[in-house]
Design a protein around this ligand. Structure first.
Ligand SMILES: [Zn+2]
Length: 75
């Protein structure tokens, strides 16, 4: 879990609470006879990495970008 009891994610600049961060997921691809990618068959089969405090988080409200750790605040 990303947060401990009493903590919440909050933009340190504008107080925004909606963010964009990168998750790592697996997906199934359709391939041709040479093994070349054709198209994605689904968005996500499994999440292999959830965004955490060491990833870069972007505030969707003001655009501030920083490590997830910078966004953790006490309730
Ligand atoms: Zn912000």
């Amino acid at each position: 879990m990303l947060l401990r009891d009493g903590e919440t994610m909050c933009c340190p600049i504008c107080g925004g609470t909606v963010f964009c961060a990168t998750a790592h997921v697996t997906q199934d691809w359709e391939l041709d006879e040479t093994g070349t990618f054709q198209k994605c068959l689904n968005d996500c089969v499994e999440v292999t990495h959830f965004p955490d405090t060491e990833d870069i988080w972007d505030c969707k409200k003001c655009g501030y970008s920083g490590a997830g750790q910078d966004f953790i605040t006490k309730k």
